[in-house]
Design a protein around this ligand. Structure first.
Ligand SMILES: Cc1ncc(COP(=O)(O)O)c(C=O)c1O
Length: 414
């Protein structure tokens, strides 16, 4: 902390310098992890955040209460949460998934518990937040090998269910390959065994309903299948809101008690009764207002337009990639994530990643098997065309042998 406070211009100058020191990136991609925010979403959320920067979503003034209620109603509508269901706002997908695991465990306990150590059966492609929840809640994780196109294999998962299983998980999509698990079959499996079935739609929750509407599909929301108990959907991914907001929805409002906490005046806390749904205490009023502003700025048609742009971006990308010798998609595009690799032994994808990264392109290297993964964004066609040309040039550089050596695999999240 400085001995005396900085002037406003000094703060702004320092922040500006810090931002300018980030590695330069091509074509508007801010990083390799998140989609680019549409201008409309960015300006709406920035304005809302600056107005609500000082407010805490823990003890909400009435303005934030209205904002939260309207935000929840929009999310419930978008995800098709049943009339009797409920949605909780969280700070991110990790918290949303944690609450689902806790819900499954506590519900099982309430129903008499399981004879041994409780477990959850999840596809091997499910996000590590489930392992994190398992460690904190004392429940085993059974990660099951996936089947065709890296989708969960219902039969293999069924074989691992026993009397101690309390939860079954699917991802729409998984982050690793971008494919959708067979939700209908897994929901039926969960019903047969009377299990809590959670869909991790942290990545796809906001995008898929719009993608499906645009494609004219009749079933468009995750709660369309009976047997779905809960759905996590991040607003801060393909909802394009500021970072720090996700949702957990349950098919029945009575399940909310499993992820709520309260103590009353008669207990040992000498203050006031305390009640909180979700894991956190204080929450940013700015993020809440920023998320609300994003959703109202884009509207249903805005999300549908984005979905269309993402589909046409994926098409351009897939076609372009097929013109580079040895390059191919690892799985079909379904949900805003493209994963590709090189089958040419003279052109290892790890080295291509190195060249792309050196030149400021999004190049998220994934292992087993090696591949590149990136999130599509609602960008004009020429961005994708330029990216394809950059990949072609990187591949040529690798083939000629002058490319910089071995890509370094940094830890995801560190
Ligand atoms: C499928 C999936 N679930 C959960 C998460 C965790 O989300 P967060 O980083 O917001 O906690 C992620 C993050 O990438 C994810 O891809």
């Amino acid at each position: 902390m400085p001995a005396s406070g900085w002037r406003q211009y000094e703060i702004e100058q320092r922040l500006h310098e810090l931002l300018a020191s980030d590695p330069p990136l091509h074509t508007g991609w801010p990083d390799t992890l998140w989609p680019v925010l549409p201008d409309k979403a960015l300006s709406a959320s920035r304005a809302a955040m600056s107005q609500f920067a000082h407010l805490n979503g823990f003890v909400k003034p009435s303005s934030l209460n209205v904002i939260e209620a309207e935000l929840l109603a929009m999310v419930r509508d978008h995800l098709g949460v049943p009339e009797d269901g409920a949605t909780t706002l969280t700070v991110g997908g990790t918290e949303s998934n944690f609450l689902a695991v806790k819900g499954a465990l506590f519900k099982a306990r309430e129903n008499g518990g399981v004879p041994g150590q409780p477990n959850m059966v999840i596809p091997e492609t499910a996000h590590p937040s489930f392992d994190k929840a398992s460690e904190e809640l004392g429940i085993d994780v059974r990660r099951i090998a996936v089947g065709n196109e890296f989708r969960a294999d219902p039969e293999a998962m069924a074989n691992q269910i026993d009397e101690n299983t309390v939860l079954l998980v699917a991802s729409t999509p998984n982050y690793t390959h971008g494919t959708l698990d067979p939700v209908k079959e897994l929901a039926a499996l969960a019903q047969t065994h009377d299990l809590w079935f959670h869909i991790d739609a942290c990545v796809g929750g906001c995008l898929l309903p719009a993608l499906k509407r645009v494609a004219g599909e009749s079933s468009t929301t995750p709660f369309d299948y009976p047997g779905v108990t809960s759905v996590s959907a991040d607003l801060h991914k393909f909802g394009f809101t500021p970072t720090g907001i996700s949702t957990l929805s349950v098919n029945s409002s009575e399940l909310i008690r499993h992820h709520s906490f309260s103590i009353d005046v008669a207990s040992s806390w000498p203050f006031r009764p305390y009640r909180r749904t979700g894991f956190t205490g204080s929450r940013s009023g700015a993020v809440l207002a920023g998320a609300w502003a994003t959703l109202v700025a884009l509207g249903r048609d805005g999300y549908e337009q984005i979905a269309q742009e993402i589909v046409s971006g994926a098409d351009i990308f897939a076609k372009g990639l097929s013109t580079i010798a040895g390059f191919e998609l690892v799985a079909p595009h379904e949900s805003g994530i493209i994963v590709f690799t090189s089958t040419d032994p003279q052109c290892q994808i790890e080295r291509v990643a190195n060249v792309l990264e050196r030149d400021g392109w999004p190049a998220m290297l994934a292992v087993s098997p090696p591949r590149l993964q990136f999130l599509l964004s609602p960008l004009p066609a020429h961005y994708y065309e330029e990216f394809i040309e950059a990949i072609r040039a990187a591949a040529n550089e690798v083939r000629t042998g002058v490319a910089i050596d071995g890509a370094e695999l940094t830890t995801y999240g560190a």
